[in-house]
Design a protein around this ligand. Structure first.
Ligand code: PGA
Length: 239
């Protein structure tokens, strides 16, 4: 596991976008696993700009999103389809036909894992972490070998995500997520975390024993993980 601690969110985003752009340049037909949320937002923005600055092309990549809310249509501004289009896809030359979301495979979510496999597997998975240690929407207690499936969101996640909705009652209570087993099948993983509210989850994920109580702790057993933190999210790490 390689760990970078950057000064702040801007530097974290610069570091992440550079690593991802270099990877795409070396592997122009790669398969990316994508996360949504406020953490990777600037990374996507910078990647979009790199298309112009250093001619990074996304034309031949395929993408699989980590998760999506159940019950929101793709054109709902709170949906992850919408987020990806607005924050990333529309800023690149990606072929939208090569972008996939787990809810598009309802109700047979096994087909999402099959589709990932048929595409050759995920070469690079981008991940955020929840303040409760979740990855994707694999909440504490999720099985480490789980595959793509529909899940109930924890109270903690509903509370965290309420900031994106007008009313807390509008936050969906269910979502479809890649399983932890799906995520762990990615050949390379980049985990991003920013802000003091993530520092406990980051500490539990990186420094404590692997446990389903902190789903992200399983990343300790993956052989190619890059962790990019800002100082705030790393405040509990010593040395
Ligand atoms: P955030 O979400 O980037 O919006 O903090 C991360 C997550 O819940 O996985």
């Amino acid at each position: 596991m390689q760990i970078y601690i950057e000064k702040d969110y801007n530097d974290l985003s610069k570091k992440a976008s550079k690593i991802i752009a270099d990877f795409i340049k070396k592997n122009p037909k790669c398969v990316l696993g994508l996360a949504t949320g406020s953490t990777p937002q600037k990374t996507y923005d910078l990647l979009g700009k790199m298309r112009k600055i250093n001619k990074t092309s996304f034309k031949n990549i395929k993408t699989f999103n980590l998760d999506e809310y159940s019950g929101l249509s793709a054109n709902n501004p709170q949906s992850y389809h919408f987020f990806m289009k607005q924050n990333f896809f529309d800023k690149t030359d990606i072929d939208i036909k090569n972008t996939f979301f787990p809810t598009d495979f309802a109700p047979d979510y096994k087909k999402y894992d099959e589709k990932i496999k048929k595409s050759g597997g995920i070469n690079l998975q981008i991940l955020g972490i929840g303040s409760n240690g979740h990855i994707g929407f694999n909440e504490p207690g999720s099985k480490f070998f789980s595959k793509t499936r529909q899940v109930k969101l924890s109270k903690n996640t509903i509370k965290d995500n309420a900031r994106f909705f007008k009313n807390k009652k509008d936050v969906p209570t269910k979502a479809v997520t890649m399983g932890i087993g799906t995520i762990m099948s990615a050949k390379k993983i980049i985990l991003l975390a920013s802000g003091k509210n993530k520092s406990k989850a980051v500490f539990n994920a990186l420094c404590k024993k692997v446990s389903t109580k902190t789903p992200a702790s399983i990343l300790q057993s993956h052989k190619d993980v890059i962790v990019i933190l800002d100082k705030d999210s790393a405040e509990n790490l010593s040395g």
